[in-house]
Design a protein around this ligand. Sequence first.
Ligand SMILES: [Zn+2]
Length: 318
Amino acid sequence: METLFASNNYKNVLPFPLKHQVHLIGALNRAMEKDMVATSYILEGERGSGRYCLASQFAKALLCSYRNSIPACGECVQCKKIEKGIHPDVIKIEHDERYIKISEVRYLAGEVYKKPNEADRKVVIIKDAERMTEEAVNSMLKVFEEPPYNVVIILTVVNSSLLPATIVSRSIHLFMSGIPTQSVVEHVVEMYGIDRDKAEVLVGATGGDTGLIDEIVKDDGLYSSITKGEFFNYVVGILDPTKIVIERERAKKLILMLLNYIRYRSDDFEDDTYAKLLYLLGSTNELLIANINVKVSLFRLMIELKEMMTSTKGGIGV
Ligand SMILES: [Zn+2]
């Protein structure tokens, strides 16, 4: 750990979750050093463990002009372009939609057989690769069976058992370490200079997702309502389409925050109410992902919530 992080001549300091993935980073660095990089990697781990983050860092290290090791230099043209998401030799599928479609994978499978544009290899990153439809997976199999020599494929997954055996058996399978809750709390205290008890609420209510924590801390309304225990009603107020109809991506993010928050406060709900809320928010999320009109989706949510509130003694005061 000392040798990896203590000397920071490199401005590209590793993001928080990766400080807990030292063994994996060591393994990837050794492979690059010995020029024994495999064609395909599976990075498996829970949400918040830094899978996608590690994939991006690995891509930078593979293409960096000065330092083929994680963390890469962060300063060269290759690193900068990857950071901005504009490197022509890094092909990504990184959206959060429910499925990865065959058209997306077909495009990618075509690209990998073309020569790299600027670097000496291409890197393919597929986020949550288990979302590939069966057709999408099938159109990808050839790439695994006859891999082009100068391509590195990185699949990040929560659950690799949903991938076909052909893909798993032809990949180096790496498991991310879980990050201890207390370690995330310490990171939040240090990063934002906030009290420990507030940090504990934030970490608990987001399932330790540092991306969500960052968004909440930077939004005065979300932050003050979560620390006062009024998060649920505050967020429902933002989602209410009779006031302002918010954008789809923002609605999805807020619903995700509510789902995490409700799980965190599960003891404060009657079993029935808890189950109904999870179902209701989950199904609203599905509608938003399926591109159903935002106003319609949120309107349905509001009607159902109102009904629940009138039938639940004392309302939902969290
Ligand atoms: Zn670089």
